[in-house]
Design a protein around this ligand. Structure first.
Ligand SMILES: Nc1ncnc2c1ncn2[C@@H]1O[C@H](COP(=O)(O)OP(=O)(O)OP(=O)(O)O)[C@@H](O)[C@H]1O
Length: 309
């Protein structure tokens, strides 16, 4: 994504946040006086400053904030996010996962907190706690059932993500992992602007289309000056059960080539796990090939962050 495109997106967002756009009244009509949306620009600036302060306050007790992103859907971003969370937790770190994929929330299933409903306390929205000690919030936790679709337009989804960032009582954490929706749309852009991220991890397969969209993510992050911790090639190969041979499902290692082209580290390759059913909680006891393979990536991320400190 070029810097001009990022600027276009930023102004698109501003337009979408303008409720007058969808109002049938002409802007400036007498009815505007009684409209709750009518705010002076000073009011808006004050609200933004208040919002930024609330976010900073919430996040000050969180050491590292990392977003997990992908150019395409279905490449395993949520699976890698949950696996990283489990590994960080097993390594003794305090971890939270913010499922910012509002229209396709999967984190509750992967962490075994499906069906949990969010509650509030005087300290804010209380996150769910998984059996492995990972805290999580997801839009699925406010829906009546897990098959209820979230039929919300972009600005409403962004507002929910903002609420999760500003109002969840995470307590003190070592890692907050944010599972972003795929692509370079409104929500990834808003999260990258709202949260002072320590970095992003980009997940891709080596399929041609997946790799193509990763270039856009890299350019978007660079334009927004968000550090890229590295690339993860998911479903990189299948280990033959009868011999040592690794079968590459998407042919040559295109994620590796992309990493060289853009000068972004390839920090891990995760094999296909034929046992992975995809709907169940990921086990943290060594039974999941994905979770065990992600351990090296979690360790690498810790060493990159410590080096940067
Ligand atoms: N290494 C792997 N081995 C086997 N199956 C995998 C692997 N990684 C992911 N999957 C499966 O691929 C599917 C997509 O994974 P996941 O939901 O994590 O992708 P995603 O990128 O978050 O998708 P979206 O952003 O569209 O929600 C799931 O069924 C998941 O179980």
């Amino acid at each position: 994504m070029s810097s001009a495109n990022v600027e276009d997106k930023k102004s698109d967002l501003k337009e979408q946040e303008d409720p007058c756009k969808s109002c049938s009244e002409k802007k400036g009509s007498s009815k505007c006086d009684n409209c709750p949306s009518a705010q002076s620009s000073a009011d808006k600036a004050a609200k933004k400053a208040e919002r930024d302060e609330r976010i900073m306050k919430r996040l000050e007790s969180i050491k590292y904030k990392i977003a997990i992103v992908s150019g395409k859907g279905g490449v395993g971003k949520s699976t890698i996010t949950a696996s990283l969370a489990l590994n960080f937790s097993m390594m003794g770190y305090r971890v939270g996962v913010l499922d910012a994929d509002v229209s396709g929330p999967n984190i509750p299933h992967l962490l075994g907190v499906e069906g949990h409903k969010l509650t509030g306390s005087e300290l804010g929205i209380e996150p769910a706690m998984s059996r492995n000690g990972v805290k999580a919030v997801s839009s699925e936790m406010v829906l009546s059932t897990s098959d209820t679709p979230m039929l919300w337009r972009g600005p409403m989804r962004t507002t929910m993500v903002y609420q999760f960032i500003a109002d969840v009582n995470w307590g003190s954490l070592d890692f907050l992992l944010v599972d972003l929706p795929p692509g370079t749309g409104d929500e990834p852009l808003s999260v990258m602007q709202m949260i002072p991220l320590d970095g992003i991890v980009i997940v891709s397969t080596s399929s041609n289309l997946s790799v193509l969209d990763v270039s856009k993510i890299i350019n978007m992050a660079r334009n927004l000056e968000v550090p890229i911790l590295g690339l993860v090639e998911n479903m990189s190969y299948l280990q033959c059960p009868d011999c040592d041979k690794q079968i590459r499902l998407f042919g040559e290692n295109k994620v590796g080539q992309l990493s060289k082209h853009y000068g972004v580290d390839l920090i891990g390759q995760v094999p296909v796990d034929p046992q992975n059913s995809g709907v169940d909680e990921l086990p943290a006891d060594g039974r999941s090939l994905i979770v065990t393979s992600v351990r090296a990536i979690a360790e690498k991320i810790v060493s990159i962050l410590k080096e940067k400190a």
